[in-house]
Design a protein around this ligand. Structure first.
Ligand SMILES: [Zn+2]
Length: 437
């Protein structure tokens, strides 16, 4: 018997909440029920109704008074950087050379890759994140390690071996041909195996030669259903160097455009310093700009103009992400707390419903996986997070004065972290409680 019935306060989004009182944008049941069978959500609604449908004898797990939401989604993260996070004193290019590339060199060792992949996915689940779009290292074995661990956990994850053939130490370089061949082999082995999805992953234009960019474009043409992920317009020195390397380009985005890398499944990390032309190009192609607030603050890269990107005549599709190890926290709650502050520095606000939409349905739509995860819709996979707004003494005290769901969500975002994550379900199986502390 694989079915189980969760009881608690269910919250799921139907669309972007235009305002804090846009009540038809989400559905919340104060005494909700969620019936899971075969790893999928088969019924959701008021507990009494769902319990009747479940029948007697179904295992019931009572999560009251906690909130039951779709699992969080992290749209840009580097799993080999768990021992890079919290590295002091550098901007992007120095940070890559001084800390990141030497660390990623260690992933030549397949055992190291397997160990870090295991610890990384444990950490994601402990923080309530059930889906990531992950960069592996340049080494094929790092992607194999990631997918093997992800598949063991039955998680829906998107990942790819980084392609990079210049401007980095030898230990993290491939060639246009080996980058292509290794990607091809990984796609054949892992894309569509269980819940695994492959992303073609040229690191960024600085570390890929024109020949490698051609190969990345060829992979995208040969596999139009795959994701493509890379970095774009994060830091001023990066932008200047990129344009020196591709002197014919109109701007940074034009390079990716030239090689056929824009599209609805293309994820561009950062997108901070875009020109209007670049934003138009991303918008017209349906490409996704990935907002990584803790990373952008930590590396001093700049302020992503979230609300302006959404509001412009040609709006951008936006995802949110930790960007660990440039990012400073594994938690998507911590990430949206910093996101709120970045948006505030741009003179705007992101209300708590918009934040939680972004963490769940918004990121699922941006990653084109909303038919599977990111909501509590019947028929989707049962990837779920259970949140406790009373998780710490400070949260308990603050909750004494909280009266509305909006206030509770904002408290969770502002004060919450992994301690607020009571349980996580991956395809209906308890995942957080299954991890040894
Ligand atoms: Zn990144």
């Amino acid at each position: 018997m694989t079915s189980k019935l969760l009881r608690g306060r269910t919250l799921s989004f139907l669309r972007w909440p235009e305002a804090i009182d846009d009540h038809t944008a989400w559905r919340c049941e104060e005494d909700g029920g969620l019936l899971i069978d075969g790893g999928k959500i088969v019924a959701v609604g008021p507990y009494a109704e769902v319990a009747k449908r479940a029948g007697a004898g179904v295992e019931t797990i009572d999560h009251r008074p906690h909130l039951i939401l779709p699992g969080f989604i992290d749209a840009h993260v580097h799993f080999p950087q768990m021992q890079v996070i919290a590295s002091y004193g550098a901007e992007l290019l120095d940070w890559l050379n001084k800390y990141t590339f030497p660390e990623e060199t260690k992933f030549r060792n397949a055992q190291h890759g397997r160990r870090i992949a295991r610890l990384f996915l444990d950490e994601m689940l402990r923080h309530g994140t059930t889906t990531v779009a992950a960069y592996c290292s340049v080494h094929k074995s790092s992607a194999e390690a990631f997918f093997a661990e992800s598949h063991d956990r039955n998680m829906l994850n998107i990942a790819g071996k980084v392609m990079m053939d210049r401007n980095a130490p030898d230990g993290v370089l491939d060639t246009p041909q080996t980058g292509y061949d290794d990607s091809k082999a990984l796609i054949a082995e892992w894309h569509g195996k269980g819940r695994q999805l492959y992303a073609i992953t040229p690191r960024f234009a600085i570390t890929s030669s024109p020949e490698q960019m051609e190969m990345a474009g060829a992979l995208c043409r040969e596999h139009p259903d795959l994701h493509m992920q890379t970095h774009l317009s994060e830091n001023h020195a990066e932008i200047v160097f990129t344009q020196e390397l591709y002197p014919w380009s109109r701007d940074y985005t034009d390079i990716y455009e030239h090689y056929g890398l824009l599209g609805r499944k293309s994820l561009f990390g950062h997108c901070i310093h875009l020109s209007e032309r670049e934003a138009d190009a991303l918008s017209q192609s349906g490409s996704v700009a990935v907002f990584c607030p803790t990373s952008n603050l930590f590396l001093g890269s700049g302020l992503f103009d979230y609300q302006r990107y959404r509001r412009r005549e040609k709006p951008l599709r936006i995802a949110a992400a930790t960007d660990v190890g440039g990012g400073t926290n594994y938690s998507m709650l911590r990430t949206l707390d910093e996101g709120y502050k970045v948006i505030a520095l741009n003179g705007e606000k992101l209300n708590p419903f918009q934040s939680f939409w972004q963490l769940t349905r918004g990121n699922a739509e941006a990653l084109s996986v909303a038919d599977k995860v990111g909501t509590l819709d019947e028929g989707t996979d049962a990837d779920i997070v259970v949140l406790d707004a009373h998780a710490t003494p400070a949260m308990r005290l603050r909750m004494e004065t909280v009266e509305t769901l909006a206030e509770e969500l904002f408290l969770l975002q502002t004060l919450g972290d992994d301690r607020a994550v009571r349980e996580v379900y991956v395809a209906g199986r308890p995942a957080k409680s299954a991890i040894a502390a």
